[in-house]
Ligand binder design. Sequence first.
Ligand code: SAM
Length: 307
Amino acid sequence: MRAANERQITELELSEHELGEIRMLIEERTGICFDKSRERFLVTRVREHLQARGFERGTDFLRAARKTNVEYEALLERLLTQETTFFRYPAVYEAFQKRALPELHIKKFWKNPRTLRIWSAGCSTGEEPYSIAITIADTLSFADAWNVEILATDVSRVALKHAENGSYSGRSISSLSEAQLAAHFNPVKNGQQAKPRLRKMINFTQMNLASAVYVGRMDVIFCMNVLIYFSEQRRRSLVQHFYDTLEPGGYLFLGHSESISKMPVKFQAIVLNDCILYRKPTAEELQKSDSQKTDSQKPDLPTEGRS
Ligand SMILES: C[S@@+](CC[C@H](N)C(=O)[O-])C[C@H]1O[C@@H](n2cnc3c(N)ncnc32)[C@H](O)[C@@H]1O
């Protein structure tokens, strides 16, 4: 049966030109690039999609996708890589807990309201924003006295539905300790569901990172394992958008294989154990470093008494 299906899929009409058009459509709308290394994945998923939706040729799909968002989004869902787990990179959460949160705690303690705004951009099925919420709940003294707002966004409606439900099982929660499960989850039929205290902190919203949407000022941004799928140009404009969105003194966390070196933004890169975090300098810090630069660039002026 499987072999027959595979044969049908490979026999579907999909020319190089049609594949190129589909690739361009996805890249234009989402920023996701399918280069040579991901070509096989693209071809297989597109063919599967055409067959599942009853399209005989690539052009039939393209015509439909340009007419309605439903067709386009259905294919997009198949092309997204949504791999994630709780506390995916422990070093990142340690840096968040030991560096970013204590700084923000001092900076904001006397503010009224005492608000902390965090953006999980490309949050997939929610493990990342829930890990952020758990870290905050376990770290901030009197966490409930803070107004914690975690904006969790993704382009995938399917992933967000899962995230909003907050129920997890198996491998996805295997990195959580017994104590974390007991403190932050309730057992449900097929696993564990995040308690209302965590869920109250998170607002899940569908958002496409390819169109720079205004989300208000943020104290911390997590955008992990998303930029790797984008073109260099799109990465640059997104990192600039993150810079503009952060409060002075705010932090950006990226995935392990993502870096902003060679980008013209003025983040300070801080290395902590296994993690690089990017801090947006304050206006005074920028001014100080600019004046230091100017001083060192000044030619040596003749001083009195010099011969
Ligand atoms: C590999 S997952 C990363 C999940 C999580 N950040 C982590 O590191 O575990 C990448 C996520 O980025 C999302 N994504 C890809 N392109 C996007 C876009 N243009 N706008 C918003 N989200 C996007 C995907 O839907 C997917 O959920």
